[in-house]
Design a protein around this ligand. Structure first.
Ligand code: FES
Ligand SMILES: [Fe+2]
Length: 470
């Protein structure tokens, strides 16, 4: 069992008293991934105070559409009303029965309690109490009978909820990430497919498998082998004195382009998305038509520019509201939004992940493939999938490879000989950054400093360890 958390008086001493606190940013204590008391502290002090991606707005396309969002023992109903998206705590105001499970539409029926039949309309206003005369008037105050609202704000095609009425607004905590992603029209992405798995690991461990590219070499050998021999594809290759070796004469520009296309094809297949099969088809078509300079580096520059233009033009011709890929600000292929949402943009597509704790050593991991579709294409309302086993073969190969390490890692963390993870300060910093922000929540750091810390923690693939401000 873990230490008992005694809340001291001043804010900083409280931070110091967080059990298993990250005291050296390059070292993450193992107990944070299994200690029940630490998990309870997260339940009490982290989850009630953070903006959480509760649903995609396309899950509630019509007025009256609602979905349930669950986090630990809390359940919230997110509903589209004529006046916008609202959220309510999911409990009958009579004797607490949960009102809504899964998803549905309440425009006509409202929400009906199955126990004694009390009812609410789409705006959460109580519309019916059976046999009102049997209640004392003070128990029928209309304001008290309405469903209790929960904060909800929108960004990037998603509804985010927060149980903390004093937390800074969503948009204050998601910069500069939103600036990197807004030009990609993230709010217009639609679900191509959606899978989920129950993983036998702590939720943080599952997230950390996606925060660095350092594991690609061993975990995804097919990607590593497909790397073209160019700077940028293998950033972990040692640079010899005097700079990178010249390309062998056998690696012609034509060969390089083929290798680059193959790398994208391997990624496309491995993720069943991110790079869409259609993007790979455009690459294959373009390579036979394009004139390129002889110098390999110059050729790759011309190639990328032309490819971006071609993908942009072909998508616009199909009626997609598509960003100009040559105009986008740089955003690496993994973008993390504290505390539990990832976006992986490439060309006009994205994979996305959301990870929720179920217990100290188990979590729910969801993956979406998101695509920009033609404006007039009708997409079905996506519905949360039934979770699969983490080793289910229906998962695309790359997430399967990532998942395969996790149960072993969760087991290894318990070993008496293992005290802490040792992180690279240059490429595994995202793990350290967000873990220290969690300590800020557990240790009572004020909202302003937490908001700034969240901005730093909501980083990109291979981020270094950064100053989070406390
Ligand atoms: S518990 Fe809901 S109506 Fe009684
Ligand atoms: Fe991976």
């Amino acid at each position: 069992m873990g230490q008992v958390f005694a809340a001291p008086k001043s804010a900083d001493s409280m931070l110091d008293a967080v059990p298993f606190k990250v005291t050296n940013p390059q070292r993450i204590p193992a107990e944070r991934y299994y200690d029940p008391a630490f998990f309870e502290l997260e339940r009490e002090r982290l989850w009630p105070r953070v903006w959480q991606m509760a649903c995609r707005l396309e899950e509630i396309p019509e007025v009256g559409d609602w979905v349930e969002y669950k986090i630990l023992d809390q359940s919230v109903i997110v509903v589209r009303t004529a006046g916008g998206v609202k959220a309510f705590h999911n409990a009958c105001r009579h004797r607490g029965v949960k009102l809504a499970n899964g998803h549905g539409n309440c425009e006509v029926q409202g929400f009906n309690c199955p126990f004694h039949g009390w009812r609410w309309n789409i705006d959460g206003e109580n519309t019916f109490v059976f046999a009102r005369q049997v209640f004392d008037e003070e128990n029928l105050d209309p304001a008290e009978l309405n469903l209790v609202p929960c904060r909800v704000e929108l960004w990037g095609g998603c509804a985010f909820i927060n149980f903390d009425d004093d937390a800074p607004p969503l948009l204050e905590t998601i910069q500069p990430l939103a600036d990197r992603l807004d030009p990609r029209k993230v709010e217009k992405l639609r679900v191509e497919w959606w899978h989920s798995a129950i993983l036998p690991t702590n939720w943080k461990l599952a997230m950390e498998a996606f925060m660095e590219g350092y594991h690609v070499m061993r975990t995804h050998p097919q990607l590593q082998e497909a790397n073209p021999p160019l700077p940028g594809y293998d950033r972990y290759a040692p640079t010899p004195a005097g700079g990178p070796a010249p390309l062998p004469a056998s690696v012609t520009v034509k060969k390089l382009i083929e290798m680059s296309i193959n790398w994208n094809a391997v990624l496309s297949e491995g993720m069943a998305g991110m790079v869409h099969a259609n993007d790979v088809a455009i690459m294959n078509d373009l390579k036979d038509r394009i004139e390129l300079p002889d110098d390999p580096m110059a050729a790759m520059g011309v190639w990328h520019q032309a490819l971006n233009a071609e993908i942009t033009q072909q998508n616009r011709a199909r009626g997609v509201d598509f960003p100009d890929l040559n105009d986008l600000p740089y955003a690496s292929a993994v973008q993390f939004l504290f505390p539990h949402y990832f976006m992986l943009p490439l060309f006009g597509n994205m994979s996305a992940y959301r990870i929720r704790p179920l217990g100290p050593e188990t979590c729910l991991f969801e993956i979406w493939s998101l695509v920009l579709y033609p404006e007039d294409e009708v997409r079905e309302r996506p519905v949360a999938p039934t979770p699969m086993r983490h080793d289910d073969e229906r998962f695309p190969p790359i997430p399967q490879q990532d998942y395969s390490n996790l149960p072993l890692q969760q087991e290894g963390l318990h070993a008496k000989g293992f005290e802490y993870m040792r992180l690279s300060k240059t490429v595994e910093g995202m793990i350290s950054n967000y873990q220290r922000v969690i300590d800020g929540f557990l240790g009572g750091v004020d909202d302003d400093r937490l908001a700034k810390g969240i901005q730093v923690a909501s980083g990109e693939l291979d981020d270094p360890i950064k100053d989070i401000g406390f």
